[in-house]
Write a protein that binds this ligand. Structure first.
Ligand code: DQA
Length: 144
């Protein structure tokens, strides 16, 4: 059976508690429920870490364990060449998600190291963006 890795970067463990005016009141568990509901028969592995190396290790594992990756790398989006390199070592589809509209925010959030590798980018749709990303990845992997 096919599976997808849904990867979340730093501070997203505090989803629902930190800056709810920007990120909303839903928690990462709510995001996991949303992703599983959107995935149908496809298995979802949901992970979050505040540590760059851990995120990279999971991307490496995905090379053999998962057909696609949905990633919200949090602030590492704007800083991490290492996550970009790791994603380039993964062959399947990658969709980048941001809960907030990063383009409406500080200019340092306008650049993403992930986007040049991503097959699609979803920003500003709140946590619904994860469900859209999972549906899109499922379409892509089921087409192969
Ligand atoms: C975020 C946007 C990033 O700029 C920020 O550092 C986050 C969350 C989002 O989902 O909107 O931690 O990725």
């Amino acid at each position: 059976m096919k599976s997808i890795l849904v990867l979340n970067g730093p501070n997203l463990n505090l989803l629902g508690k930190r800056q709810p005016e920007i990120y909303g009141h839903a928690t990462l568990d709510d995001v996991a429920d949303l992703c599983r509901a959107a995935a149908g028969d496809v298995t979802i592995r949901m992970e979050q870490s505040n540590h760059e190396g851990q995120l990279i290790d999971w991307i490496h594992e995905a090379r053999t364990a998962h057909a696609g990756i949905v990633i919200n790398a949090g602030a590492y989006t704007h800083t991490s060449v290492a996550i970009f390199d790791a994603l380039n070592a993964f062959d399947g589809p990658v969709i980048e998600v941001h809960i907030s509209n990063v383009h409406k925010r500080e200019s340092f959030r306008h650049h993403s190291y992930i986007s040049p590798r991503a097959d699609g980018v979803i920003v500003g749709f709140g946590i619904n963006g994860y469900a859209a990303a999972v549906r899109q990845i499922c379409d892509l992997i089921n087409a192969n």
